[in-house]
Write a protein that binds this ligand. Structure first.
Ligand SMILES: *Cc1c(COP(=O)(O)O)cnc(C)c1O
Length: 230
């Protein structure tokens, strides 16, 4: 199942790149493996996947005990400040920095181990009440503060777009996230040059790629529906 799914997703990624006039290597596909067993991740690895997205620190710790291959781990879920310490040295990129308090904690815990955290700021680009993340108008101020944190390196912006039937409805949000990134880069804030846009999930990753996503996070489309009751 995973093999066929990955093939399909890879094909769709390539088609979206083609439509957008982008080269395939400008888009990094993340297999979102949260709640899924390591056996399923092994299947992905066999097909050449080496980039996984998780949303719980404990699950990353547990899975890394078993999967000792050279893999890229991405933290994509809401991160509690008391869990940051356990994350040091375990992930390539934290996509979900959604408050200054969290950023400050990451600075503190990574500094303690003399490491630099690669991060994205999560933006609530559609201003949904139920979502975590900075409001678009808060992002510049947050970045000016974070720019002074020596152990944080901001690579770009991330968003979780609304759940919609028709992915075209999210195109405007992806466009707005990209505009925000360009606007802020144009302000030439010291230590801030962002080039990554993490946007697009199973329902809308092709539209996100057309709107210049550099990371797409695909769970269901690769590993199937999640069952939170088990
Ligand atoms: C679960 C999750 C995904 C993957 O969602 P699918 O719709 O299954 O592709 C992507 N991003 C984040 C932040 C998630 O929590």
């Amino acid at each position: 199942m995973v093999k066929e799914n990955l093939k399909q997703v890879e094909l769709k990624v390539a088609e979206a790149c083609e439509r957008a006039g982008r080269s395939r290597d400008q888009v990094k596909l993340i297999a979102v493996s949260k709640t899924k067993p390591v056996e399923m991740m092994e299947e992905c690895i066999q097909e050449g996947m080496c980039r996984f997205g998780e949303n719980k620190v404990q699950e990353i710790v547990n899975k890394q005990e078993i999967l000792t291959q050279d893999l890229e781990w991405h933290m994509i879920g809401h991160l509690q400040r008391n869990k940051v310490k356990q994350l040091v040295g375990r992930v390539s990129l934290i996509h979900s920095v959604d408050s200054l308090r969290l950023a400050k904690q990451i600075q503190k815990d990574f500094a303690q181990k003399d490491q630099v955290a690669q991060i994205l700021l999560e933006v609530n680009v559609a201003k949904e009440e139920t979502k975590f993340g900075f409001m678009p108008e808060e992002v510049e101020g947050a970045l000016r503060e974070i720019a002074t944190y020596p152990n944080l390196q901001v690579q770009g912006l991330m968003t979780i777009a609304p759940f919609v039937e028709n992915p075209e409805e999210n195109r405007i949000h992806f466009q707005n996230l990209r505009k925000l990134l360009i606007d802020i880069n144009n302000k030439n804030i010291d230590n801030i040059t962002m080039c990554e846009l993490s946007m697009g999930m199973t329902g809308d990753y092709q539209v996100a790629i057309e709107e210049v996503a550099t990371y797409v996070r695909v769970g269901t489309g690769i590993v199937g529906e999640r069952n939170y009751n088990i």
